[in-house]
Design a protein around this ligand. Structure first.
Ligand SMILES: Cc1cc2nc3c(=O)[nH]c(=O)nc-3n(C[C@H](O)[C@H](O)[C@H](O)COP(=O)(O)O)c2cc1C
Length: 358
């Protein structure tokens, strides 16, 4: 990192280091461990019959997996995005890029987001914060997505992180109207994602009302952005104190998946998914696909594209195994597979009027 790189790029580099280090993981769980799928000793299926192909934002994925948006704006980010893109394209899964705010403010940083040259066919999602989208307007957001040839635009919500970040945003009004205007103007699908605090039923209904059809819950239980900012803040500062207090803030991923899927949204389950078993349990709760950020970052840092390929393969093999073991030929069958929900999750869902009616 050179000293003449923009401050926003230095912040992004910091985020990569803190998130990859594991120092900013939620202490609370995703609650996916409370999803007990019923073993079928007679699945009457062969592994070859399992069909993981999934449609998401009109694109055909070879398996229900998304590498969710992380980075852009630095030299390391450029390498990460290219390695992730090549691996995602090779396995037919989708890739999200990190916030394009650095690129909006410093157009010369576009090369750190451009992956089409190395992965022409990758299913690619652009990324802009909802607050920035409000400030820049729909046309500018669409232009940012167009310049990197994205198949869809992710609009991220990160209220928790901004409140902890020194000089972070403090005004979160008017974001539903911003999203509605973008959805109606955009020639490509708009995905709304959280970043580690989850989406509630109320948020899901507001997004449906704004015309959104696909969300990424990014619930609590994995990388915590409140925690990332708490770790970055100076010891004893107000940001460090508040960030430590709210470290685990958010709706657990399992609860958020049920809230969004039940509302009728195509749902990417992310936030703390660490294995294919986690992905399978999230699909059983109604998700269309699982999403992972930090596990893929760690793989890339450990061994570049080859290690990312291995990590993806491990996840897909586990999803395939759980499909077979539950007698599910497809992820859609897995959504209906018999299960028991542990009482902590069942009670949480019942309290939010999300209990399963069977
Ligand atoms: C280093 C890093 C940077 C991230 N940057 C962004 C971002 O720019 N935009 C965004 O929407 N989400 C961003 N995220 C959030 C992830 O997409 C994801 O929602 C969150 O990390 C939870 O998933 P995980 O527990 O698998 O890491 C970032 C995550 C990481 C680890």
């Amino acid at each position: 990192m050179t000293t003449d790189e923009p401050a926003i790029s230095r912040r992004k580099a910091d985020h990569l280091d803190v998130a990859a280090s594991g120092r900013a993981e939620a202490v609370r769980s995703t609650m996916l461990e409370h999803v007990h799928l019923v073993h079928q000793a007679l699945p009457e299926l062969s592994v070859a019959e399992i069909e993981l192909t999934t449609t998401l934002v009109g694109q055909r994925l070879a398996a229900p997996l998304v590498i969710t948006g992380m980075t852009g704006g630095t030299a390391e980010a450029a390498q990460i995005n290219r390695d992730l893109a090549r691996a995602a394209a090779a396995r037919g899964i989708a890739l999200g890029l990190g916030s394009q705010r650095p690129m909006a403010e410093h157009p010369e940083l576009i090369s750190t987001y451009q992956v089409r040259a190395v992965a022409p066919d990758v299913i690619l999602f652009g990324n802009v914060g909802a607050v920035q989208a409000k400030a820049m307007g729909a046309a500018a957001v669409i232009e940012l997505a167009k310049r990197i040839e994205a198949n869809a635009i992710c609009i991220h919500l990160n209220t928790g992180q901004e409140l902890i970040q020194e000089h972070g945003d403090r005004d979160f009004g008017g974001l539903v109207a911003t999203i509605r205007a973008l959805v109606s103007a955009s020639p490509i699908p708009v995905i709304v994602k959280e970043t580690g605090c989850g989406l509630s039923s109320q948020a899901a209904r507001a997004l449906l009302g704004a015309g959104v059809t696909t969300v990424d819950v990014a619930g609590a239980g994995g990388t915590s952005w409140v925690a990332v900012e708490a770790v970055r803040a100076a010891d004893g500062s107000a940001a460090a104190v508040l960030g430590t207090e709210l470290w685990d803030w958010g709706l657990p991923t399992a609860v958020s998946v049920v809230a969004c899927a039940r509302a009728g949204l195509a749902t990417i389950a992310s936030g703390g998914l660490r294995t294919g078993y986690d992905v399978a349990r999230a699909i059983a709760l109604g998700a269309t696909a699982g999403g992972m950020a930090v596990p893929m970052l760690r793989a890339q840092r450990a061994g570049g594209e080859a290690a990312v390929l291995e990590a993806i393969d491990r996840v897909i093999e586990a999803v395939r195994a759980v499909c077979l073991l539950t007698g599910s030929r497809t992820p859609r069958d897995l959504q209906r597979a018999p299960r028991h929900l542990g009482s902590a999750l069942a009670t949480f869902l019942a309290d939010l009027e999300l209990a399963e009616v069977r």
